[in-house]
Design a protein around this ligand. Structure first.
Ligand SMILES: [Zn+2]
Length: 306
């Protein structure tokens, strides 16, 4: 069976926990789905109009987390870490049922999703994968925040930099090849915030479920979590995870190169909206093994594309 065929999970995955921003308890079930289904969310606490497609044009808010909504205003927030895990693990098709408005934050990273997917295993199909190939360089900026995407040969590269005035976070940069690099540090990296921003977030009605169990909190030169950091570049690595999750809202895996400085959910979404407004910017290709040069098939670089 081809490694370039669509994949789903072998069995149902059940996870539960509170939402980072809503503080609400939710049960999440990820179910296997047929080829060409894509990733679909379903709010099981709502009787009708409860299907929500994770698509860039369905993003109703991208401030502090990514929220997707349908035409009836049913929404699901904080989808990005789960979407990042599905992207990295090569899951093309899955039905995600949730009985509340926010995906559980769990430990603040994608690790619990990745572990759960690894535990049940991945099922291959006979249907070839589809991939979005970026054909033109597109840029989007908002003041000092800059993001661009440009063509690449067979990889998705994410080159991300963040710059914080806080000295402990400071300037961090990392470059990841999504289909080739070991993504362990990306999956493990937790969401983070500055201690002084917690009250601001709470005043905005956000971070109601936030705690040291699901976020890194930085106060001046100190990490408030007893266990410290999980890896040296945990801050920027988490931003790369967010970026992967937000990119997967394009609907398919992408071949291209992202360069981003100081971006986040909103900037990634604005870039993708710009890309997909013009059909000349990209092409949607169906990858069949026989249509690829042999050298590429043999490259382990394509191991996790599918
Ligand atoms: Zn995040």
């Amino acid at each position: 069976m081809s490694v370039l065929n669509q994949k789903t999970i072998n069995e149902n995955i059940n996870l539960e926990g509170i939402g980072l921003h809503s503080g609400l308890q939710a049960n999440l079930t990820i179910k296997p789905a047929e080829p060409n289904t894509g990733i679909i969310f379903k709010r099981t606490d709502l009787k009708e109009n409860n299907i929500i497609i994770p698509n860039i044009f369905n993003v109703s808010s991208a401030i502090f987390c990514t929220t997707i909504s349908n035409a009836s205003d049913a929404s699901i927030s904080t989808v990005e870490h789960l979407m990042g895990a599905l992207y990295g693990m090569g899951i093309d098709n899955a039905l995600i049922e949730i009985d509340n408005q926010e995906v559980p934050i769990l430990d603040g990273s994608a690790q619990p999703f990745v572990k759960a997917i690894s535990k049940v295993g991945i099922r291959n199909s006979n249907a070839p994968i589809k991939i979005i190939k970026i054909e033109k360089k597109i840029e989007f900026n908002d003041g000092k925040k800059i993001i661009s995407i440009e063509p690449s040969k067979v990889s998705l590269d994410i080159d991300f930099e963040l710059q914080y005035e806080n000295k402990l976070i400071g300037t961090q940069r990392n470059v990841v090849k999504v289909y080739e690099s070991d993504l362990t540090d990306i999956y493990n990296s937790r969401t983070f915030c500055l201690y002084e921003d917690i009250q601001k977030l709470k005043d905005m009605g956000l971070a109601k479920g936030g705690s040291l169990d699901n976020a890194i909190v930085v106060k001046d030169n100190k990490i408030m979590n007893n266990e410290g950091l999980r890896n040296e570049k945990e801050f920027v690595n988490h931003k790369i995870l967010d970026c992967m999750g937000d990119l997967y809202l394009a609907g398919y895996k992408i071949i291209g190169k992202i360069v981003c400085s100081q971006g986040g959910h909103k900037l990634t979404n604005q870039l993708l909206r710009k890309v997909f407004l013009d059909k000349n910017n990209f092409s949607l290709i169906e990858i069949k093994e026989k249509s690829l040069p042999h050298a590429i098939i043999n490259k382990s670089s394509l191991r996790s594309i599918a």
